[in-house]
Design a binder for this molecule. Structure first.
Ligand code: 1HE
Length: 268
């Protein structure tokens, strides 16, 4: 079953499909530094719910303008004067969107520039690969704003940087940038030029893999992290049983056997 993605439904996200199945999904409220309002979150839920069944081979997740994302829309939050239950439901929609991203099985490469802060870092951490340029910086300013993370930072940012750094970022507002951001695990790539171009190259490379392999890589690893080692080993065997016997893999295995496939070599 292939779903169609109706582009006319999206206003806060700009969507562009490339011929090779790579989609570029751009947060498109640069005047608001791509702050995440309710509407944007609902569009993320819609797109990332449909993507695994719509032939999307990989996604570049970008932000329009000088900043990737300024996090929670603080003005909307201030004006709405929400009750605890209301904000709990807001956070549950964020989790719906970010879980669809992390567990959906479609590779997502985030292209980062400028501010990647608060909920913007939570969004970036739900992608599978993060590429930063030299303007990008990361922070969790929730503590200074009288807030707490609600979009999964306690899980995903802690996974990336570890508990001590996560708590330090929240307590002190510490900003990470440049090589240090890569060293602590916030990004996997730091580029001198455009993070978008580099992310697109990586997405195209990932899109050359068989979709079922990518599905396993971009869902099974996360699911298995939530299991006991015993259960994860069992689940890995089941997933490998399905993926490693897929008919589409036979041509790739045959190419290795007849020596026409590229070998794995050191980078020169
Ligand atoms: C916003 C937001 C926002 C900008 N919500 N409107 N996140 C933060 O604490 C980060 C807040 N933002 C900033 O620190 C700065 O705006 C930036 C460093 C990202 C960019 O600075 P700058 O000088 O380029 O822009 P600006 O002048 O601060 O803002 C430009 C406009 O964007 C302005 O709107 P305007 O109508 O007055 O022109 C700002 O109000 C608007 N804007 N950021 C709403 N965040 C699920 S819990 C998650 C909890 C969190 O994410 S807390 C962290 C929130």
């Amino acid at each position: 079953m292939t779903l169609q993605i109706d582009l006319t439904r999206y206003t806060n996200l700009d969507l562009k499909a490339h011929d090779d199945g790579v989609w570029v999904v751009t947060l498109n409220r640069p005047a608001k530094r791509n702050a995440l309002d309710i509407h944007t979150i609902e569009e993320l839920v819609d797109f990332f719910s449909a993507a695994p069944r719509a032939g999307v081979r990989a996604v570049v997740l970008a932000g329009a303008g000088d900043h990737f994302c300024a996090g929670l829309d603080l003005i909307e939050h201030h004006d709405a004067d929400r009750s605890p239950a209301d904000f709990m439901h807001v956070c549950l929609r964020w989790h719906e969107a970010f879980n669809k991203m992390e567990y959906g099985g479609v590779p997502i490469i985030a292209a980062l520039q400028g501010a990647v802060v608060g909920g913007g870092l939570e969004l970036a951490s739900a992608a599978h690969v993060r590429v930063m340029d030299q303007t990008a910086y990361f922070a969790l300013p929730e503590g200074q704003r009288g807030l707490f993370t609600g979009g999964g930072a306690t899980i995903r940012v802690t996974d990336l940087v570890g508990k001590a750094r996560m708590i330090d970022m929240m307590l002190t507002g510490r900003v990470y940038q440049g090589q240090e951001a890569v060293d602590v695990g916030l990004a996997q790539y730091s580029v001198d030029g455009s993070s978008f171009d580099a992310a697109l190259d990586l997405a195209r490379k990932a899109a050359e893999n068989l979709p079922l392999s990518n599905f396993a890589i971009c869902s099974a690893v996360s699911h298995m992290q939530n299991m006991s080692a015993m259960d994860a080993a069992y689940a890995e065997s089941v997933v490998a049983g399905v993926v490693n016997t897929q008919p589409d893999a036979r041509a790739r295995l045959a190419a290795f056997a007849d020596k026409s496939a590229a070998r794995v070599r050191r980078n020169d």
